[in-house]
Design a protein around this ligand. Structure first.
Ligand code: FEO
Length: 398
């Protein structure tokens, strides 16, 4: 397997995971890449490694350029196992002089790979001389783990940013200018919504810090997906936009259904939203994965949830979605709840309370509850619920 030249002295030596379809609960329909980079300077440096199952692929790509024993330094920008899973094997085979991580990275790597891991902490703002060029390290805590850091190869002006600016996108192409822009924008959005969204305030502060430090990279090398060489500012600007959470006049209607009653109600809610003049995305949890729902949530101003009642509880798929969305901490939502029941409607009252208290949603209309199959009057109430949520969204976004 071949390394891919990024610049005269930088090579991509990562791995392509064409078949991964679940990444800790995120549906990776297009697979992913684990990017690792080799810097050929006086001190030969490997930036990050790959998931352990792909170690031989990374090794063979390194071998296409140099003898792996010549690697002097390994940098671990992040302790999560998709980047550090083969670190121990790499250390054993390459016998580098130094392995560096952030202070938190050192602790987290040892917690994953053992206390005997020969890793040294590098201070925030610290740098190391590679001979011709140098690497400067900047902590990027909570983007998206406490140990995350980025590093800049100074003269080349190339930024190695680990998970930030990445996406789960397996392709035979390595660079942004080789990939369809519509595809990468969607995958970048999905990645942000599912991995980075809870840390949006930190993203804004981080981008401010990068600007303050005068960092304007010519090339950005993330650890997943394409390398940004055509116009790296595009992905930076996209992150600034995502982090600002400026919602569109858009409402997401997410529901599940047991015998079709809640689905009928969802259709009427959607009708009401359309009548109000907002964009609507209606998603059944029978068909949509939670991570696709999260992608749609990113730029939505409204969220309406519908559930049948099963054994006096919310439908299990709604429980899953609520847990997932709670962690994503999406801001500035308005919404409402609806659903059908047979003999006990308590779970639907609970749904409204959860939306208010756990998801921080401003409730725009009281929960509409239908005993078994919704009547025409009940469907009219659902339409009115949609209308009220839509109007509230337009009012808030004015
Ligand atoms: Fe790609 Fe947080 O690991």
């Amino acid at each position: 397997m071949q390394a891919i030249k990024v610049t005269e002295k930088i090579y991509w030596v990562g791995a392509i995971d064409w078949n991964v379809r679940d990444f800790h609960g995120y549906s990776t329909n297009k697979g992913t890449t684990y990017n690792a980079f080799l810097i050929l300077d006086d001190k030969i440096t490997l930036i990050d490694t790959v998931k352990k199952e792909f170690y031989q692929e990374m090794l063979s790509r390194i071998k296409s350029v140099i003898d792996p024993k010549k690697v002097d330094i390994i940098i671990s920008n992040h302790a999560e196992l998709d980047h550090s899973g083969s670190l121990k094997m790499a250390i054993a085979d390459m016998e580098p002089e130094h392995v560096y991580a952030s202070v938190m990275g050192t602790a987290n790597l040892k917690a994953h790979l053992g206390d005997d891991l020969p890793v040294e902490a590098i201070a925030n703002g610290g740098s190391i001389d590679l001979g011709g060029d140098s690497l400067t390290f900047i902590e990027s805590r909570m983007l998206h783990w406490p140990d995350s850091m980025i590093c800049l190869l100074k003269k080349e002006n190339v930024l190695f940013c680990n998970d930030i600016f990445g996406m789960h996108y397996a392709s035979c192409k390595r660079f942004d200018d080789e990939v369809c822009e519509k595809d990468w924008i969607y995958e970048a959005k999905k990645y942000y919504a599912n991995i980075i969204l809870p840390y949006s305030k930190i993203v804004t502060a981080f981008l401010g810090q990068v600007t303050k430090l005068g960092i304007k990279p010519s090339i950005i090398c993330p650890d997943h997906g394409p390398i940004w060489r055509k116009d790296p500012s595009k992905i930076i600007n996209l992150y600034a936009e995502f982090a600002a959470q400026k919602n569109k006049n858009k409402v997401l209607v997410i529901y599940d259904t047991m015998w079709g009653s809640t689905e009928k109600m969802a259709a009427s809610v959607t009708d009401g939203l359309i009548a109000a003049g907002v964009e609507v995305k209606q998603m059944s949890l029978h068909a949509a994965h939670r991570s696709d729902a999260a992608t749609e949530l990113l730029d939505s101003a409204g969220l309406v949830l519908g559930s049948p009642v099963l054994n006096q509880e919310l439908y299990p798929s709604l429980g899953d979605l609520i847990t997932y969305f709670k962690g994503l901490k999406k801001q500035n939502l308005v919404g409402a709840a609806f659903g059908s029941y047979g003999w006990s409607d308590g779970a639907l009252n609970e749904l409204e309370t959860i939306m208010k208290e756990k998801l921080n949603i401003e409730i725009a209309a009281p929960c509409v509850k239908s005993r078994f199959v919704p009547t025409e009057d009940k469907l009219k109430e659902c339409f009115e619920l949609g209308l009220a949520v839509g109007k509230k969204v337009l009012e808030k976004n004015k």
